[in-house]
Design a protein around this ligand. Structure first.
Ligand code: GLU
Length: 477
């Protein structure tokens, strides 16, 4: 968290945003408070013997709301992880899951560690030990609490966690569903790694289907040619920037990273930059663009779309006034503080809020969890049947054309695409696209349908909180 004097903490910032939304709702104060608070936070300190001595680590798992179970949310590895942050992120998970209709409550975990200081074997020991502590308290469990990757963790850590759970629950046939974001060979699903970035792309595509919304941001036209600044080229920022530039014609004019920023008016080749980072460990000296040490300043570049995709609090009271982007899409969780949000709204910027913008990850996690529970890959039963039926139609059309001498020919490209049955990746993308469109519509209905709602964030909170409230009301507290 970037801490700026006079700003509330991350959790307070989320609560203030919540409060701004509930003012427009008719909830009883008791229910309002029940939804706002974080149900529980478990803190664990455990020792691991490393390099001949015992090192103690601190980890957390917060459960914000159990109105639906399992609860869901990633586990973050970072040296500045703390209870306030984990609770804020758990709350955002509750609202995010409700908004995109994944049937989960909200949770989040974190371990105070700088993963770069440890080798792979050490990280495995630490991850397994942390997982052990959570599993034995049912804070990792397919029916109760299902973690996923977040900052500093990836498929690798999820595979260790899944294996640790399986070792401790040898007769649980649904063991693989205890965590999502696993590699394919450990029960993962295709399209999970790209999911959050893909979701950002689908969110922007949906936004650009609505001329009224585009106009609210002071923009016009399509995504094609829009000048984009991306902050953070981690998993989320990388995939979002790659897809937007390669598939939608957006121009990535700046990429900000930990050690500085790259800028190019002509547009950066995202894949090339990523390969450079993989090779050299930094964006410095990248040959295809200008480099500056003053990365933070680049956030203030004049652009159409700004994608903060790194961490919370990067747009705050200290820089909000100078942010020039017309449209900001929060690919990270909580990148704009409560105070900065107000400044940006007054300046007329449109903000696509985190709980919607980065929901692609948990959406595909939901598909993975369902896949694990059903023990079968999506499309396995239908794919060839679908192809056979399509083939039937194509053959019949061609037969009719020949019989009647119509001279119709189906273009080879059409035939190829039509005859191709959907596999898991296509089904995952289709499900994600549908989810992002449906959730946007729900937010948009509130945004445009009510005179008292001025922005998408309040609209998103209203949709989410109403759904959580409805669950509590129907099942009773
Ligand atoms: N860590 C991701 C998030 O913040 C994914 C959570 C999940 O898949 O459970 O949304």
């Amino acid at each position: 968290m970037v801490v700026v004097a006079g700003e509330p903490s991350f959790r307070e910032s989320v609560d203030l945003m919540f409060n701004r939304a509930v003012r427009h709702m008719d909830l009883s104060p008791g229910l309002e408070q029940k939804i706002r608070v974080c149900n529980s936070t478990y803190t664990v300190r455990f020792g691991v013997r490393l390099r001949g001595k015992i090192e103690t680590f601190t980890g957390y798992r917060s459960v914000h709301s159990e109105h639906m179970e399992p609860v869901k949310g990633g586990i973050r590895f970072a040296s500045n992880v703390n209870q306030d942050e984990v609770e804020a992120l758990a709350a955002l998970m509750t609202y995010k899951c409700a908004l995109v209709e994944t049937p989960f409550g909200g949770s989040k975990g974190g371990l105070c560690i700088d993963p770069r200081q440890y080798d792979e074997r050490e990280l495995e020991l630490i991850t397994r030990r942390f997982a052990y502590e959570l599993i034995k308290r049912d804070l990792i469990n397919p029916a109760q609490n299902v973690p996923a990757p977040d900052m500093g963790t990836s498929e690798r850590e999820m595979a260790w966690i899944a294996d640790q759970y399986a070792r401790m629950n040898t007769t649980d046939i649904n063991a693989k569903a205890c965590v999502t974001g696993k590699p394919l060979n450990a029960g993962g699903i295709m399209g999970r790694v790209e999911a959050t970035g893909r979701g950002v792309q689908y969110a922007l595509r949906e936004f650009f289907r609505h001329p009224e919304d585009i106009a609210k941001a002071g923009l016009s036209g399509k995504l094609d040619g829009k000048r984009v600044v991306v902050q953070g080229l981690g998993n989320v920022g990388y995939h979002a920037a790659k897809f937007l530039s390669e598939e939608d014609g957006a121009k990535i004019i700046a990429i900000l990273e930990r050690d500085g920023a790259l800028t190019s008016d002509a547009g950066l080749d995202v894949e090339d930059v990523r390969q450079w980072i993989v090779k050299t460990g930094s964006i410095r000296d990248y040959p295809g663009a200008a480099f500056t040490d003053a990365g933070a300043k680049v956030l203030e570049t004049e652009c159409d779309i700004l994608i903060p995709a790194a961490m919370e609090g990067v747009i705050n009271l200290s820089n909000a006034e100078r942010i020039q982007a017309r449209l900001i899409i929060e690919a990270a969780n909580g990148p704009i503080t409560f105070g900065a949000d107000e400044i940006l709204r007054k300046k007329g910027a449109v903000i696509i809020p985190d709980m919607y913008a980065n929901a692609g990850g948990v959406t595909v996690s939901y598909f993975e969890w369902v896949k694990n529970l059903s023990h079968i890959r999506f499309g396995r039963m239908q794919r060839r049947a679908e192809e056979t039926r399509h083939e039937l139609l194509v053959n019949e059309l061609e037969r009719l054309s020949a019989d009647k001498g119509l001279g119709w020919t189906l273009s080879p490209d059409f035939k190829k695409r039509y005859l191709h049955g959907a596999g898991e990746l296509e089904l995952v993308r289709s499900g994600l696209d549908d989810t992002m469109r449906t959730a946007y519509q729900a937010m948009r209905d509130v945004w445009h349908g009510r005179d008292d709602v001025e922005d998408l964030r309040v609209a998103a909170y209203i949709v989410s909180i109403s759904r959580v409230a409805a669950t509590y009301q129907s099942k009773g507290l």
